[in-house]
Design a protein around this ligand. Structure first.
Ligand code: 5GP
Ligand code: ZN
Length: 112
């Protein structure tokens, strides 16, 4: 999608530090990490956020979670948090579905 930061990252038009890639998704380190390990996993096909997940596109979300399970093991992360902000009031700043994966330290208690 035009003018979508993460679509440009997926296309290689904006550089990123890749963690993992396959036909369906792309994972890369967050530019402003909130934990010692902080990467994002995004579907290659543009979906604006959790609110746009539906029966027709939900399979990629299951795939992304299987990738998170695999990649965190490869990185040696035993504990981690997966977060997706949906909507401005929840802190979403990039409107291309993404899952934050945070770990590498004891994370703060609670949901926010
Ligand atoms: P959100 O705030 O939408 O939940 O998450 C967007 C995330 O994208 C933020 O954690 C932010 O640091 C990250 N981010 C924004 N711009 C870039 C960029 O150009 N490259 C990378 N690697 N991450 C970015
Ligand atoms: Zn996009």
């Amino acid at each position: 999608m035009e003018d979508c930061l993460f679509c440009k990252i997926i296309a290689g038009e904006i550089p990123s530090n890749k963690v993992y890639e396959d036909a369906l998704c792309y994972a890369f380190y967050d530019i402003a990490p909130q934990a010692p390990t902080h990467f994002l996993v995004v579907p290659k096909k543009h979906i604006s956020g959790v609110s746009e997940i539906c029966e027709e596109n939900a399979a990629v979300v299951a795939h992304i979670f299987s990738v998170i399970s695999k990649v965190t093991k490869e990185l040696g992360l035993a504990s981690y948090r997966v977060v997706s902000n949906c909507g401005e009031d929840a802190g979403q700043t990039v409107f291309h579905l993404h899952f934050h994966v945070l770990g590498g330290a004891r994370l703060a208690d609670g949901m926010c």
